[in-house]
Write a protein that binds this ligand. Structure first.
Ligand code: ZN
Length: 223
């Protein structure tokens, strides 16, 4: 299997490629029957790609087949992904091979560049351990990674506000037992420091608290 075939099959598994163009591409490949096995190959070649349930099953069986040969989780992770901290241990499996290469440092405590020791893939990672307890991962090219090593960081995770907005597209913020928890106080102050004109309502939405709570957080000593 070529690197391009591997990449296209995984993009289909991750739901990042259009079904009909995948089908067209797949039918044009003449050397995938051996690596995929006759049964799976036949299913992929003859399936009705307009049927969502069929596509869902194809993705699952193809994922199982491909995963058996992977030394790491990189190929199965979407280009932009959220990996919960703790939970079912997915983070441990993902980070078993992904190692930190460069911290952004300074006020941007969440941001770093990592590299997988098994496949060489670079990931830009926002480690958000206050509000969501998630790692947000962006797959980055070798060129982008090289830029980061020369301090040219992409914008995507460059402010805490951006990271929290991305967080909201994946999950809901953790519910805090203590409405004046340090994590909330620090985060409210960080958001205000980075963008002084941010409103209390915006901060409340980002942190998943009431506007009244957000107001109290800003009044509390923090930062
Ligand atoms: Zn990898």
């Amino acid at each position: 299997m070529t690197a391009e075939q591997h990449a296209r099959l995984w993009a289909f598994v991750r739901g990042e490629s259009d079904e009909i163009s995948f089908e067209r591409w797949f039918l044009a490949q003449d050397d995938l029957e051996v690596p995929l096995g006759g049964g799976l190959h036949w299913n992929l070649a003859s399936a009705d790609y307009r049927d969502r349930d069929v596509v869902w099953e194809l993705r699952n069986s193809l994922a199982q087949r491909l995963e058996a040969h992977e030394k790491c989780k990189c190929a199965s992770i979407p280009d932009l992904a959220a990996i919960p901290m703790g939970g079912d241990g997915l983070d441990e499996r993902v980070f078993a091979t992904i190692e930190n290469v460069r911290d952004h440092g300074g006020d941007l405590w969440w941001l770093h560049l990592s590299k997988c020791s098994a496949c060489g893939q670079h990931w830009m990672i926002a480690q958000e351990e206050r509000i969501f307890d998630e790692y947000f991962l962006r797959r980055v090219s070798k060129e982008t990674a090289k830029g980061i090593l020369e301090h040219a960081w992409p914008d995507e995770f460059i402010t805490y506000e951006r990271v929290l907005k991305i967080g909201h597209t994946f999950a809901t913020p953790c519910v805090f037992v203590d409405p004046m928890s340090g994590s909330l106080i620090w985060s409210a102050h960080d958001l205000q420091k980075a963008r002084p004109e941010i409103t209390v309502d915006e901060i409340a939405r980002l942190l998943g608290v009431t506007p009244m709570n957000a107001k109290h957080l800003l009044q509390a000593k923090g930062g």
